[in-house]
Design a protein around this ligand. Sequence first.
Ligand code: ATP
Ligand code: MG
Length: 447
Amino acid sequence: MAEPIRAVKGMNDILPPGVPRTEKLPDSALWQWFETTVRSVLARYGYQNLLTPIVEPTALFVRGLGEVTDIVEKEMYSFVDSMNGDKLTLRPEATAGIVRAMIEHNALYNGPLRIWTMGPMFRHERPQKGRYRQFHQLDVEALGYAGPDVDAEMILMVRSLWRELGLVEGKHVRLELNSLGQPDERRAHRDALVRYFEQNATQLDADAQRRLHSNPLRILDTKNPAMQGLVEAAPTLMDFLGEGSLAHFNAVRSVLDMAGLEYRVNTRLVRGMDYYNLTVFEWVTDQLGSQGTVCGGGRYDGLIEQLGGKPAPAVGFGLGIERLLLLIQELALPVPAASPRAYAVITSPSAVPQAMATLETLRAAGLAVLMHAGGGSMKSQFKRADASGARYALIFGDDEVARGEVALKDLRQADAPQRSLPLAGAALWAAELDERATPAAARVLNA
Ligand code: ATP
Ligand code: MG
């Protein structure tokens, strides 16, 4: 046998349920349910879908995210296109690409836009639970809106997504909120920070020493436990915020307060990218160890201009789909099963054409019917029917088909009598087998 080829390290297959997996990753049914729920929630808030390429010019991320960020410094999958020498990068995040597209198509010409996208991102990190080299994000951006109303709406939208998914805010996921102010306020704070860290230089680790003059704010984001005390006592940006920034922050808070959403103001909260200002937030959980941030975002009023567009404010967030689904698995939240409604048991090869013609009619009427392909004993077919989670078995035997009928058995109600249904009327009784049957159709059958 030939040597099998394996997937790239840190890049995972999302497998259908029932396929055994080595990694404790969510299956594709959970994934589908998440996507359906997301689409429904986003539509209620008027967000529209945008798809951008997975590969972008490297310069986009260097200019967009900032040169002294973890992503640009060490996590990007960058390569030279061997055909023409172009410097390209697999997108490590979605915002820069979305902003590029908006500028390229002059998309804000007719006014602001609410946009979302979903798909793979790539970062060269050490793979572990909740951290992969290819991972997936839901990314949501409100472009051309100055807020603070939209900032709050976005946060409330995430809460409503949690609720649809069965997650309880405050218990399973908590909101942390901060304001990063404006560039001049950050400069004043930065100067104070550099002074503070210089005075305590002996306590800085190598990473922090390197960042002291290039990006001291990122020192606050350290995961080094030995530096926590130092970081906690550092001057906070909140003390340097002017009237406008404070008013913006308080306006976001008022909406959240009125909506009954609890949050913690975390003055230490900074985000991994340089482009943020004013509102920043993270939804965190205690259940996933150090991979505890499931969703993070904030305002980035300078980015569109920085990437060559007409100045326009914007706010957005990214949600890590693997992390979120791991959390849902960990909490064993009830997830609706994606079972077929009916399972077709076909006991004789000669019944196959008639059976399959009928199944086509049922499916055209909207019914999800799984056919037992490949034959086998009645017993083994019923075993499969049961395992499929289907409510009904449709039994196509030689005798039934010869009479122009199919037998219907309720798999979930043992005492329900088996019934015969006419093959010719399948379009009519299809509706009865489905919970979403229209009352009129159901009446035909119950008569
Ligand atoms: P972290 O601090 O955990 O590295 P981050 O600040 O780099 O996260 P963002 O760039 O804000 O993450 O991305 C938004 C979300 O995407 C994160 O909150 C997380 O849920 C998810 N995410 C980021 N990197 C990864 C990864 N390597 N694997 C899986 N999910 C990720
Ligand atoms: Mg990271």
